[in-house]
Design a protein around this ligand. Structure first.
Ligand code: 1GP
Length: 246
């Protein structure tokens, strides 16, 4: 069960997820990346992307053959599900008003997910403007939350929690120019009590630290690691620094 792991994160115990997009990693690179993830206090490996050309199953199987770290599907669409992962973030894109990403895709995926044995984690997924048009915004055909309107984010997150969703994931989108602001993270964190995941555009240890300090329970990093693999060890240090404050 992965969900209880998310629930144990708090101000003194932060989580870190590495996002792997199947199109961006070759088979030969993967063992080193996974080994680094294990050495750098990564808690979960997320797999997915807004739009992918390669299937996800091969990547998931490869990761599973290399590590015991939990593999969590972060599906950008209905084709990104496979039973060999451990769990799936079943995303309700509640910042948008596209019914396909609120319920339509879920109906299509439901029979497969139910029989797959995957642990299902109902997730309030909120896209926040990160200063650039991202693939997730285009593919989902939704308008992101304005980055300077924390009240809108708070109201959206509260609605997600009241609907019974188990996690909040605020995402500026992969490759965002700037990540979700600490002010918005703090506002959402203070008004909700389910675990808060933050990702998109985190490129420095300072940004990671600010996100954690503001109330992110777990941060997700993908793009920056494709460019600078050693960044992962800095993130691991930042994550552990919160533990030592307890
Ligand atoms: C995107 O939150 C993830 O959905 C990670 O974003 O690739 O910018 O780190 P980056």
């Amino acid at each position: 069960m992965i969900l209880p792991d998310f629930q144990k994160f708090n101000q003194n115990n932060k989580g870190l997820a590495l996002l792997l997009d199947p199109d961006k990693y070759s088979e030969s690179e993967l063992p080193a990346i996974v080994e680094q993830a294990e050495n750098c206090s990564v808690d979960f490996i997320f797999v997915g992307g807004s739009l992918i050309f390669k299937g996800i199953e091969k990547l998931v199987n490869q990761i599973k053959s290399l590590t015991v770290l939990p593999v969590v599907l972060f599906p950008g669409g209905i084709l990104q599900v496979c039973s060999s992962a451990d769990s799936i973030l079943l995303l309700s894109l509640i910042s948008g008003r596209n019914p396909e990403y609120l319920i339509g895709n879920h109906v299509i995926m439901a029979p497969f997910i139910k029989s797959s044995g995957l642990e299902v984690i109902p997730t309030a997924y909120m896209i926040v403007d990160g200063g650039v048009h991202t693939a997730v915004e285009y593919v989902s055909n939704t308008v992101p939350l304005p980055s300077d309107k924390p009240d809108l984010a708070v109201a959206t997150a509260i609605a997600g929690e009241l609907l019974g969703l188990k996690l909040i994931y605020m995402d500026a989108g992969s490759g965002a120019k700037f990540p979700v602001s600490p002010a918005m993270i703090r506002a959402v964190s203070e008004e909700t009590s389910i675990p808060l995941i933050v990702g998109g555009g985190i490129r420095s240890a300072e940004q990671a630290s600010e996100a954690y300090s503001a109330g992110a329970d777990l941060i997700v990093v993908g793009n920056a690691l494709e460019k600078t693999p050693e960044f992962l060890s800095r993130l691991g240090e930042v994550k552990r620094s919160f533990k030592s404050q307890s």
